[in-house]
Design a protein around this ligand. Structure first.
Ligand SMILES: Cc1ncc(COP(=O)(O)O)c(C=O)c1O
Length: 429
């Protein structure tokens, strides 16, 4: 019996027993609030369907984030990927330049480099957080290295003191991908204020959501201006670009990365309540972590001294001992049958994807394949181990999900009691 009095014994649902949660839980995010609905409706009624300049709710959104990020210049964009592309372009990444990147990240962290002809050079992870390992960064530097990109994975800040020290020593720029980590902090400093530029995704699954949208925060005015020129010709460039590049404001440098007003309106509303949502999420995920930590072999996400996970985008439970013997896929299937929304992590380390394994990629039609490092399984053992031993659980955020958190812990207890049989089944399959 658990503290709540529910039995955790009985046959596994996978074997025809009664599921712990019925009907099965499916995590829903976001829950659109009345304020968010009203913000979009107001824009529609006012006919604010596109912005050419820095205006309306876009200005409010950028000022909100500039205020959070120690006054950095901010630029709303059509996606987090566009923010990363703009950052790399503005910092000057070009053909043949090497940029040190985590293998343990979402592909959009690095793929915009490919559009600039630059080479993403992947680095292994730290065993506890899964973040890029400063020692791996230091070991991968060559005369062609121009920058470092970090992803504060699942909200946990990277070891920025060590990373910034390496960058200073070698004259490299640093981009922070903050797409998982809105509001996270590292020794009292909010992520997004630590490197030369920071990209945020406001895609729908994030704690700040625009539907599709993103934001770039730049330390130097020139980086902001160049980023602006990449994706904003005319009015916006005329407003934002004051230096010698202003003569190019009429054309910009080629793309349209403007943010849709509806997206800016949604992102502004969700930005305003993000601190409350972060606090609520931290409480529920703390409760989940405490419950799971009592079950032998389960290791909830680690948060290092001096770090705060902020948005906490993704609760990755680590499996050890008997859980690993059964295997993450089978454990996920058993928990899924119990009605849980649990699955192995979706994004595998980048070096295991064809783009990074092939070594030569036909990026341009009718041209010789572009050369990249050819990675293979085993090259980044720590990142592979983190991926192989993790399970994704929902990022519970709303007070009415507290009961569900307890049911999740019960279901894990139930499966824990049947691990030998589950492992046996895995071996037989
Ligand atoms: C780490 C990371 N970087 C970048 C992105 C790209 O953001 P977007 O989907 O807004 O282009 C994502 C999106 O999920 C992400 O998780």
């Amino acid at each position: 019996m658990t503290a709540s009095g529910t039995t955790t014994g009985g046959a596994l649902a996978l074997d025809g027993g009664t599921p712990v949660i019925e009907p099965a839980h499916r995590f829903q995010w976001p829950r659109i609030s009345d304020d968010e609905r009203a913000a979009v409706t107001a824009l529609l009624e006012r006919g604010e369907l596109s912005y050419y300049g820095r205006e309306g709710v876009l200005t409010e959104l950028e000022e909100f984030w500039s205020g959070r990020l120690s006054g950095r210049r901010t630029l709303g964009l059509s996606s987090g990927t566009a923010a990363l592309h703009s950052a790399y372009f503005a910092l000057g990444a070009g053909p043949g330049d090497e940029v040190l990147c985590p293998t343990n990240t979402f592909l959009a962290t690095v793929m915009p480099l490919v559009q600039l002809g630059a080479v993403p050079v992947l680095c292994d992870a730290e065993a506890d957080t899964g973040n890029i390992d400063p020692a791996a960064i230091a070991a991968a530097i060559t005369p062609r290295t121009v920058g470092i990109t970090v992803t504060h994975l699942w909200g946990h800040p990277c070891e920025m003191d060590a990373i910034l020290q390496i960058a200073r020593r070698h004259g490299l720029w640093v981009v922070e991908d903050c797409s998982h980590a809105h509001g996270a902090s590292y020794h009292g400093r909010e992520v997004g204020t630590l490197g030369d530029a920071a990209a945020f995704s406001f895609q729908a699954a994030k704690i700040v959501y625009a539907g599709q949208g993103g934001l770039l925060a730049s330390r130097e005015t020139e980086v902001h201006e160049r980023a602006c020129l990449l994706g904003h010709f005319r009015v916006r460039s005329e407003q934002d670009v004051a230096g010698p590049l202003k003569r190019y404001a009429s054309t910009g440098f080629g793309l349209n990365y403007r943010m849709h007003p509806f997206a800016a309106g949604l992102a502004l509303q969700s930005s305003r309540v993000m601190d409350q949502r972060i606090a609520a999420r931290a409480e529920l995920l703390g409760r989940l972590a405490d419950g799971l930590a009592t079950i032998p072999g389960l290791v909830p996400p680690v948060t290092r001294e001096g770090c705060d996970r902020g948005a906490y985008y993704g609760f990755k439970l680590r499996l050890t001992g008997p859980w690993l013997a059964a295997g993450a896929d089978l454990v996920a299937r058993a928990l899924g049958a119990e009605g849980l929304d649990v699955h192995p992590p979706g994004s595998r380390p980048l070096h295991l994807l064809p783009f990074f394994a092939d070594g030569a990629v036909p990026v341009r039609r009718n041209a010789s394949p572009q050369q990249y490092p050819a990675y293979k399984e085993g090259d980044f053992p720590v990142a592979e181990e983190v991926w192989r031993t993790s399970l994704s659980l929902p990022t519970f955020t709303f007070a009415d999900e507290a009961g569900l958190v307890d049911r999740y812990c019960e279901a894990f207890e139930k499966v824990a009691g049947q691990l030998p049989a589950l492992t046996e089944r895995g071996v037989r399959q």
